[in-house]
Design a protein around this ligand. Sequence first.
Ligand SMILES: NC(=O)C1=CN([C@@H]2O[C@H](COP(=O)(O)OP(=O)(O)OC[C@H]3O[C@@H](n4cnc5c(N)ncnc54)[C@H](OP(=O)(O)O)[C@@H]3O)[C@@H](O)[C@H]2O)C=CC1
Ligand SMILES: N[C@@H](CCO)C(=O)O
Length: 435
Amino acid sequence: MPDALRVGMAGLGTVGVGVLRLLESNRDLVRARAGRGIEVVAVSARDRSKDRGVDLSRVRWADSLAELASDEDCDIVVELIGGAEGDALDLARAALSQGRGLVTANKALIAHHGLEMARLAEENAAPLKFEAAVAGGIPVVAGLREGAAANAIERIYGILNGTSNYVLSEMEASGADFGDVLADAQAMGYAEADPAFDVDGTDAAHKLAILAAIGFGSRIDFDAVSVSGIAEVRAADIAHARTLGFVIRLVGVADCEDGPEGARLLQRVRPCLVPKQHPLAHVTGPTNAVVAEGDFAGRLLFQGAGAGAGPTASAVVADLIDIARGRTGHPFSLPVDSLVAMERADPGHRVGRDYIRFTVADRPGVLAEITAAMRDAGVSIESLIQQGRAQDGNGVLVAMVTHEGEERCVRHALELLEDSDSLTAAPLVLPILRD
Ligand SMILES: NC(=O)C1=CN([C@@H]2O[C@H](COP(=O)(O)OP(=O)(O)OC[C@H]3O[C@@H](n4cnc5c(N)ncnc54)[C@H](OP(=O)(O)O)[C@@H]3O)[C@@H](O)[C@H]2O)C=CC1
Ligand SMILES: N[C@@H](CCO)C(=O)O
């Protein structure tokens, strides 16, 4: 049997320890599938004295990340620190430029610097893999890049953040408070070091940008993702959605549209109303699900645990097995110079339905004012709910669902209401996910 693949691992937190546990407990199986052993020979983290609940006695401790990156005993560096900049970025650059392969679970790093990383990997003939960066244990990077390689991908969408999905589905199931549920998600190791990234949609946006680049063979463009998170979603919205036959999920959507000036890409992460019969409506807790629509394969659904030590370790080790086997390939499905820079699509003419929630003053004529703005902007209302007073006593909630129409019309209606003193808070618009 060939020599073992020697790994230097940075980061011994939730995922790092998960990787060590998996390699220990599935040692023989991993060796058989990899065709050789996979040995962690060196590790690094911030605090050497911390008890991590795993045996590190046979592993060398690297005092610095630079030492790990240039360790001649390591074939591959596994980066499980996190963060788009700083130490993780320095480590990734140093490892790849010295010809050492890089496996990372760091979606922020790949979303912001993926093109540079892929170029460095190419220039130095070093493998670069990041299966764990998207949707934890789900093999969606490999699924898109290899399994669906024969298809033109038209649309990719899905639930890409386990923490926010856990929060929304727990609020829905038990009426629990946002803050309490988020604290549970943190305690279970799902959340990012800064959970704001989970809640505000940034983490899902990182993953969406990566999937779009792979699926559409485009240069990764994180700055083009428009993002809104779940913080504005109230228990009342969840209740309204239920009454109307929907659940609320944070969904990332990347759409490729052909136009006279070439293909354009629209990437958005937003809380959406998902029809109860849609597969994504049944995705609860930290589970993730990704749908990719291929021109020949049709709708492909990838679903599984999107966060947590075991599932994420499974994805990291799958990358190591691929590298051990010599299955590397192009990180974004094409050589870097073949990746196209796609123009951003204007969402204004997109046709869809929306849920709109207004918080309004409790006085006669307010509803007429809102519906007049809708009429003047060409927005047709399908259903409307007005229930009780807002919790803070500051107004009444009025929620409506629109008929299909162009997005720019809803935008225009809200502009017409912008200066109205009948609205006591900014309206919330949640799109309805189309099938
Ligand atoms: N948790 C999850 O479910 C998932 C996480 N990921 C990604 O995996 C990566 C790791 O996440 P996770 O394990 O949860 O994070 P943790 O916060 O649990 O662990 C981070 C580890 O990195 C070490 N570390 C942090 N900064 C430095 C530094 N400057 N130098 C050396 N070591 C450092 C920490 O050291 P010390 O312990 O000494 O403080 C710790 O061991 C992130 O990119 C995350 O986005 C991806 C998918 C799922
Ligand atoms: N914080 C991330 C971890 C997995 O990427 C999530 O909740 O989905």
